[in-house]
Design a protein around this ligand. Sequence first.
Ligand code: CTP
Length: 404
Amino acid sequence: MGNTTGEDLGTKNVLLGITGGIAAYKAPLIARGLTNLGFEVHVIMSESAQQFVTPLTLRTLTGRPVYSEMFPELPPNACEVEHIALADRADLFLIAPATANCMAKLAHGIADDLLTCVALATKAPILLCPSMNVNMLSHRATQENMRTLRARGVSILEPAIGELACGWEGAGRLPEPGRIVDEVRRVLYQKDLEGVKVLITCGPTCEDIDPVRFITNRSTGKMGSALAEAACLRGALVKVISGPVSIEYAPWAEVVEVRSARQMLHAVQEGLTDADVLIMAAAVADYVPSVYRDSKIKKGDRLQSIELSSSPDILSTIRPLKEERFFVGFAAETENVADFAKDKMIRKGLDMIVANRVGQPGSGFASDTNSGVIITPEGVLDDFEQMGKDSLAHKILDFIRERL
Ligand code: CTP
């Protein structure tokens, strides 16, 4: 993840608060990740944070002064009230790591240093990334403080579970810097698909012949994954039904793993009841072995051929359940791309079809880019050349949003 297009977040101003836990050593990587995306990053450090990481490191990485003192020495004619200016400038106040002490102060409105003063003064959304010893985290006081803060609209990214610096195992790890940067992107993204329920099928299907062999195709799930991430960033509630893939989906999507076309059909039938939009980006097998053999086919069996039968066509099967839902299909074509795709759209009762040119470099399976056409019953909407799958995902979602 990382360089999704769609909305330009680069002009946004992120205030990064760092408090004094051992996980502060990860804060420079968070600052780096945010500046790499083009965010303007301003850092405020508590006094104890400076025991773990130096202001010089953060100043070097962000290219800006680091703030920590409530009453710094100012030039004689400076008259800006620092904590108010920082608070007003922020589009988001991210505190990572947020210690138990910091959250306790925020929950009770205590403002005894620059960081907590800014947290009280800002109107920007606040995102906390708690990190501490497992027993400190599960303590009733900490849990109650977190509940209080959530009830006030503060976002809290749950700590990860694993080995803790103090020697204990459990919940309390600061999530990886990349995960925190992704969360910042999501919080700041324009939510033009807020609450829209999107069901996306991704990847190939695998049709088993025996316990060791199967029929599949070249799909990697990249296009479906780009759609899932873009929809999540824009506020949609996303459910992914995925065939076997090696990519990771956006952390906010619910993922249902399936293997065969038949399993995918059942998962789509179930998921459809709670969906406004269906995007069938999966490359579903058209043919499946007629018989599955429980034991491995041996060389000595002298197998000459494998009998195949047609798999269920998912879109055609669920067509009667469509009602008001918006259905988008994909078509992988090597020739007559627009004509074949238009025919498929009509045959399968779709509201939109995205046709990819496959079999050429920079488009189709496993590629990071795609070229092809987007068609609706009104005609060709867009003819795109070698476009990143992330950007294409946002373009497809723009067209869907206009039609909901
Ligand atoms: N699809 C489906 N069920 C299948 C095969 C495909 O629902 N058994 C969906 C795909 O997810 C895609 C659309 O139908 O959204 C078109 O898929 P494609 O493989 O291009 O078309 P086919 O219908 O399989 O036609 P052909 O193989 O002849 O091109």
